[in-house]
Design a protein. Sequence first.
Length: 143
Amino acid sequence: MKIIDLEPGDPRLTDDLLPVLLELRPHLTEDVFRAVLAEGWGQGLRFTAAYDADGVCVGAAGWRIVVNTSMLRMLYVDDLVTSAAARSTGVGHALLVHLEDHARAASCSALTLDSGTQRTDAHRFYFRERMAVTAFSFEKSLA
């Protein structure tokens, strides 16, 4: 498996990573994704892709380094998805290890993420990866 951090303007963001990301975020279109990339880069948003031995993108991670008063410095994972065809093959684990390396290199105290309450398979994976539920995430729609 090959894991690559993708830079803005890299065509692999839309050609390779976006189709995998759509499995988690079906509301995205290529135009919306490009807009998120354009605005998010300045806020620290980065994307990492995992490729199998055949060169097919099978995993995607969106992430950023965040500094706040509760955790001080942390790596926050916006998106973590393995393509349906590649689940349970170690892709998610490899992406998390890669992100943990980024977090340690940036002197982060933790790697954190939110996961929808309906995503029970993902929760089992996070528990296997020795992650803990440490908070509730609350939301108020402003639409």
